[in-house]
Design a protein around this ligand. Structure first.
Ligand SMILES: [Zn+2]
Length: 194
């Protein structure tokens, strides 16, 4: 029999296991391929299969690969268990070790939580009324102004009843404003009667 290419141990049989970890549009494939002993096969199977279930299905293509590889890994580890006994020092074979990958949450819980976080981030980024800090150039938009004296405006609350204008948008050229405008950082603030 061949020796294990991972640890040099005896009693190895050939196996192919793949783990997939994707990041939406790209994915990595981690492969264990070659003659490995029973202990290394179980360890590689546990690690790669867990990684695939947690990280492998974040994308249409990698989802298909994840499903395919998870099944292939199960088939391949079963074939390996039948082909390579777990041998320590002597000729006697003993039950294979159970390998567990420690993780705070189950793979599916971790995956669902990760998808929920991703969805939340996308919702925040795409929402028009985003709570993200506005940059300086748009901070005046929707603010209301009162004409306290000719050509002099003071900012007031839009609900105050004193407001004469509301800033509709910030533009680079005052001719883009339909009604009125005032100077603003980065351009001109178009004023709509309010
Ligand atoms: Zn080994």
């Amino acid at each position: 029999m061949e020796s294990c290419y991972l640890c040099g141990g005896s009693g190895a049989a050939r196996i192919e296991l793949r783990g997939i970890s994707s990041r939406i549009i790209w994915f990595n494939i981690h492969t264990v391929q070659g003659p490995v002993c029973a202990g290394c096969a179980e360890a590689a199977y546990a690690i790669l299969q867990q990684r695939t279930l947690v990280q492998g299905w974040w994308g249409p293509l990698s989802l298909i690969l994840t499903l395919w590889n998870s099944v292939a890994n199960v088939v391949n580890i079963r074939a390996h268990r039948a082909a390579a006994p777990y041998v320590l020092a002597g000729p006697q074979s003993i039950p294979r070790p159970q390998v567990h990958v420690r993780d705070s949450a189950s793979p599916w819980v971790a995956s669902i939580a990760a998808m929920a976080v991703l969805g939340l981030i996308i919702a925040i980024v795409l929402s028009p009324g985003s709570s993200a800090p506005r940059d300086v150039q748009t901070s005046m938009v929707d603010s209301c102004w009162s004409e306290t004296s000719p050509n002099s405006l003071d900012e007031v609350a839009c609900s105050s009843g004193d407001a004469d204008y509301r800033v509709s948008n910030i533009v680079g050229d005052p001719s883009q404003c339909e009604d009125a405008y005032m100077d603003a950082s980065g351009g001109y603030a178009c004023l709509k009667p309010w």
